[in-house]
Design a binder for this molecule. Structure first.
Ligand SMILES: Cc1ncc(COP(=O)(O)O)c(C=O)c1O
Length: 477
């Protein structure tokens, strides 16, 4: 098909062209795989050579068919198939089927969330979804607010900037937005566990505080913040003139899925005048299971919460939200631009969401949450989450009973970290061998030992699949 048509429109030809593009693309995707493996197993050097043989921009285009053929031949065979039951290294999930429909709608319309006139229904839906999420996590939806972001890292950064400004504005009577950071800001300290996500350190740097502002609290044997060590650290730091402004509890650590004690940390936050942020990027999906949500603790005690829908909620990238108990905490991000978010329009009821976060142009990711919540309902969604937890329990039980394995931590969510007895090189080699066979599992380090990791987000995984994988790992020993 020559690309004589530019965009979707109401003309018969362009409607037809869109229909054909969607059909052909669907056919190309479906014919690009014929087994259940996660990955072609190609080595990086061969793949790089193949990719570099593609020129980026030629004088004459290939048209839609030519380009789709090129992508089908050179790229699609080596894309990672996240839906494969052999893919379990990271908190990177397959997408629920119905969410692929939501993605099509999002990209076809291409609405943006910065101003009402760029996404009328998109804006109203995001506001409605944020309100619903506030209620789901126990916040007062009249007082709280939030926004969708590109991911957990950006949600955490948003929370850290908000907490920094709130603390300084309150304690130093200083407008950070206008005047930047005041003298003495290098004494501000953020407390989080030694195994929290690296976006804490990255955010502290971006927020002008630096890595040294992050105090990493030791964890206990369950990989949770050690509350007594936290209190000791706070006592010493305040004695030394440092200023604790924020504690971050992780509800689902990246490797172990461990969940910090929200209530215990809140007590210290109150005592030392700190705010409490929850990095629930991983564990937030437990809120959908009436049976399992108690594991999160009392999340409504927090000032802010990071939720990632592109992890355990199984929605396509990108899809994350940051929620605040008090809507004023989003003030650092509000700035009026004549071309975009005029105050006169806002007085007349037009909502411009650009003032709620870091991004300007922003995707309508809230539709994916609405779509899957409506399609599945809480009960079925909850069962999906519970299945991941049960699979992790099953693997933990099997490996703990097998003398060939070391399993250092009982899983709280859907990840199991373990090692074959026999040393670091053996474990590294096993992971590489599996990768070459098209099975992708994770690798990390615990107590200086190389460990393997299964992140069991895929609800299609059954016990037989796990048995086969465990047997294959043992064969590779
Ligand atoms: C606990 C935790 N927080 C934050 C993040 C960052 O999320 P994202 O990759 O969506 O930026 C991750 C990523 O794995 C995570 O595990």
């Amino acid at each position: 098909m020559p690309l004589s048509k530019y965009t979707l429109s109401n003309s018969k030809e362009e409607r037809g062209a869109y229909g054909r593009i969607v059909d052909e693309t669907k056919n190309a995707i479906l014919s690009s795989f014929s087994d259940d493996s996660a990955f072609s197993g190609i080595d990086p050097l061969s793949l790089r050579k193949d990719v570099q043989s593609i020129s980026l921009l030629d004088d004459e285009g290939l048209g839609f068919d030519g380009t789709l053929s090129l992508v089908k031949e050179k790229i699609m065979p080596h894309l990672l198939r996240t839906w494969s039951k052999s893919y379990m290294p990271h908190l990177h999930s397959p997408a629920l089927l119905e969410s692929l429909s939501a993605e099509m709608i999002i990209s076809a319309f291409n609405d943006s969330l910065d101003s009402w006139d760029q996404g009328p229904a998109a804006t109203e839906i995001e506001v409605m979804v944020i309100k619903g999420l506030l209620e789901l996590f126990g916040f007062d939806s009249e007082k709280g607010d939030g926004a969708f972001t590109s991911g957990g890292s950006q949600s955490n950064l948003t929370a850290i900037i908000a907490a920094r400004d709130k603390y300084i504005n309150k304690n130093s009577n200083w407008d950070v937005k206008k005047r930047g950071l005041p003298e003495g800001y290098d004494r501000l300290r953020l407390y989080t566990s030694e195994i929290s996500h690296f976006s804490m350190d990255k955010s502290a740097h971006i927020a002008g505080l630096g890595y040294d502002a992050v105090r990493h609290i030791p964890v206990n044997e369950k990989c949770q913040v050690n509350i007594s060590a936290f209190e000791r650290m706070l006592r010493e730091d305040t004695d030394n003139g440092l200023k604790p402004f924020l504690a971050v509890a992780t509800l689902g650590t990246t490797d172990f899925g461990s969940i910090d004690d929200v209530e215990g940390m809140k007590v210290l936050c109150e005592k030392y005048g700190m705010q409490l942020h929850l990095d629930a990027a991983y564990g937030s999906a437990l809120i959908l299971s009436d049976k399992e949500k108690h594991r999160l603790g009392n999340v409504s005690l927090a000032d802010s919460i990071t939720i990632d829908f592109h992890k355990m909620f199984l929605l396509p990238i990108s899809c994350s939200a940051i929620l605040f108990k008090n809507e004023e905490d989003l003030d650092p991000f509000l700035l009026h631009a004549d071309y975009l978010n005029r105050e006169e329009d806002e007085e007349d009821g037009y909502i411009n969401l650009v003032g709620k976060g870091i991004q300007t142009t922003r995707r309508f990711d809230a539709l994916k949450v609405l779509f899957s919540f409506k399609a599945r309902g809480k009960k079925e969604y909850g069962r999906i989450i519970e299945k991941s937890l049960k699979n992790a329990e099953y693997v933990y039980r099997r490996l703990s009973e097998d003398p060939d394995f070391i399993v250092p931590v009982k899983p709280e969510l859907s990840s199991v970290v373990f090692a074959l007895r026999g040393g670091d090189d053996l474990n590294r080699r096993v992971r590489r061998s599996l990768l070459n066979e098209g099975t992708v599992i994770g690798q990390t380090v615990k107590d200086s030992l190389v460990m393997l990791k299964l992140t069991l987000l895929n609800p299609n995984i059954e016990h037989e699949d796990l048995d086969s994988l465990i047997n294959r790992i043992k064969d590779l020993k």
